[in-house]
Design a protein around this ligand. Structure first.
Ligand code: C5P
Length: 237
């Protein structure tokens, strides 16, 4: 755990050129990157191959959700691309989650398999509209337990949920948390935020950081400040 990168830089860029310019600007500090739907849809697996070939760990954030056979095949394809982390929607159900896990279990390279529980854009009214009467919090915990029971490695959650996830599932069950904002930085559109040090102090494993690094005047300095901020909390963990 201590050897893996703790900060995942969200490459929310439109083109490979923009994303690679940022990577060049970031220098040699230890970090991973998140490739999401926009960049992947525009640039395809070539951008992932380029990043992997440079030695940059890639979280492929495509949130697979489909029938078990299709999700299993997609996860296998992601593993073959050499990604470090991949994710699926826990609401795809236990058969889909188990199929995803089994698909990557015996490959030459096994990515971390992370579940998305409830999208933060879904509030109680949105959940009710799709037939879920429980609160978002209850649904998050239900899907977190399901992901753990199906052998996934962890969940995406807000920094405020790290402690509950760890209590429920144990310290080894990983948390991947967006909503990270260094104290002096704009919140942008994030509501439930934590500083890098408080997220790691709460037991958080991987911090997803986008705009505080990608829109910084000096992205390398912004990343380096975050790594310096979390170093004491990592040593204490
Ligand atoms: O720029 P910022 O640090 O807010 O970027 C956070 C990244 O994490 C973005 O790629 C965003 O889509 C993603 N994310 C999020 N909140 C979630 C799930 C994913 O901000 N609940």
């Amino acid at each position: 755990m201590n050897d893996s990168p703790r900060v995942i830089v969200a490459l929310d860029h439109s083109t490979a050129d923009e994303a690679l310019a940022l990577i060049t600007a970031l220098g040699d500090a230890p970090y991973a990157v998140k490739v999401g739907k926009e960049l992947f849809t525009r640039e395809g697996p070539a951008i992932v191959r380029t990043l992997v070939a440079r030695g940059t760990p890639v979280f492929l954030d495509l949130k697979y959700h489909d029938i078990p056979n299709t999700v299993a095949a997609a996860c296998r394809a992601a593993a073959e691309l050499g990604v470090w982390m991949v994710n699926v929607h826990a609401s795809g159900g236990p058969a889909m989650l188990r199929a995803a896990r089994e698909a990557i279990a015996d490959g030459a390279h096994r990515p971390l398999l992370i579940a998305v529980t409830v999208l933060t854009s879904l509030d109680a009214a949105e959940l009710a509209a799709i037939g879920i009467k429980d609160s978002p919090e209850q649904q998050v915990l239900r899907l977190t337990r399901l992901a753990r029971d199906c052998g996934l490695d962890g969940v995406v959650c807000s920094p405020q949920e790290i402690a509950a996830v760890k209590r429920e599932c144990g310290g080894g069950f990983l948390t991947v948390t967006p909503g990270i904002r260094p104290a002096e930085v704009s919140l942008d559109d994030q509501q439930r935020v934590a500083t890098p040090a408080s997220a790691v102090g709460a037991g958080g494993d991987y911090l997803v950081v986008g705009r505080p690094i990608t829109r910084a005047r000096d992205p390398r300095a912004a990343l380096s400040a975050i790594l310096d901020e979390i170093a004491p909390a990592i040593r204490q963990a």
